[in-house]
Design a protein around this ligand. Structure first.
Ligand code: 5GP
Ligand code: MN
Length: 321
């Protein structure tokens, strides 16, 4: 059984010498901002740090300091004593980096997912916290590490994406205080949000058009869903890295309480699920072997067609309503 302890976690940051920080597959702003912020912080206190992700970094996040340092799992050659899974809700979301995690002398986790069972050896999990970046921020404050403007920018990005730019119900007064301190430390909020929300590449606009074209509804408009085939992605000139956030589009429509996006991936049919408070979807994701947050969760269905996978999830949602 892993030890869940903030103090032991922080102590191992101090005693470790070389670190491998791991982002989850289909990386989002929170796992990237947390890893890049933590990387800069550890470098500033003289540690050796490598970072890895089994996935592509979305183009709108590549302005962050250190994003070019990300390695693919098969590119990691340096040794490290400590591996940290960052914003990773379960071991399978490490993807091909799982063997790199397992061979570390010390295996650590920092996360905020309600469904995280605890894995590795030393976990710091604040289930239900708005973003992993919030926990990384608290870690740096506890360790007395100076927040440079680069670190602050990384953490602000993750805080922004996991709270829907401070719009979701997980946004608390503490979130706003943290954001204020990050801006005070030099994070440029206009720059971060311009890259995130006002610099869509044209290929993503083509993908958004396809999403609206494919969007359909069930249960009198209470469920909005989108199925995207490999062909749809190719026609838009996009990869799965361009899909981040698009599942939210049906939820912007009046009356929609649940949304999901089913997309064809190499390893199966990925389902991204979203709900409007107080409705939840992590119960549904868990039912299909996945997990996540109350209102944002996901799973992968294997060995079936895109249509069959979407139909299965739709049935479960309809039954819930
Ligand atoms: P997204 O739909 O944006 O990929 O994921 C939403 C949330 O659910 C994220 O916090 C993500 O970590 C979690 N999630 C997505 N897919 C899976 C999965 O297959 N397993 C688990 N445990 N969590 C997932
Ligand atoms: Mn997160």
């Amino acid at each position: 059984m892993p030890i869940e302890s903030k103090d032991i976690w922080l102590q191992h940051i101090t005693t470790g010498q070389s670190f491998l920080l791991i982002s989850h597959v289909s990386p989002d702003g929170d796992t990237i901002g947390s890893v890049l912020g933590l990387r800069l912080a550890l470098l500033s206190i003289g540690k050796k740090v490598s970072i890895v992700c089994d996935g592509e970094i979305p183009s709108g996040m590549r302005f962050l300091t250190g994003s070019a340092a990300y390695l693919k799992p098969d590119q990691v050659t340096s040794s490290y004593d400590t591996a940290i899974a960052v914003d990773v809700s379960s071991p399978e979301l490490l993807g091909d980096a799982i063997s790199l995690f397992e061979k570390a002398s010390v295996q650590m986790v920092i996360d905020h997912h309600a469904t995280n069972p605890g894995f590795g050896e030393i976990c710091w999990i604040r289930r239900g916290e708005a973003a992993c970046c919030q926990i990384v921020y608290d870690a740096l404050r506890e360790l007395g590490i100076k927040l440079t403007s680069e670190i602050a920018e990384c953490l602000l990005l993750g805080l922004s994406t996991d709270t829907g730019h401070f719009q979701y119900s997980n946004t608390t007064a503490v979130t706003m205080e943290t954001a204020a301190d990050l801006v005070e430390s030099g994070a440029d909020i206009a720059k971060v949000t311009r890259y995130l929300y006002r610099s869509q590449p044209m290929k993503r606009v083509r993908l958004i058009k396809a999403v609206y074209q494919k969007m359909r509804f069930s249960c009198n408009g209470k469920i909005g869903l989108v199925e995207l085939s490999r062909e749809d992605m190719e026609q838009a000139g996009c990869t799965s890295a361009d899909l981040d956030g698009l599942v939210n589009l049906p939820l912007e429509i009046e009356g929609v309480r649940f949304a999901f996006l089913a997309s064809e991936r190499e390893k199966g049919i990925k389902i991204s699920l979203r709900a409007m408070e107080p409705d939840t979807v992590n119960d549904i994701a868990v039912q299909f072997g996945g997990g996540g947050h109350a209102q944002a969760a996901g799973c992968t269905l294997r060995g079936m067609s895109l249509q069959d996978a979407a139909e299965q999830v739709l049935k479960v949602l309809e039954a819930k309503i």
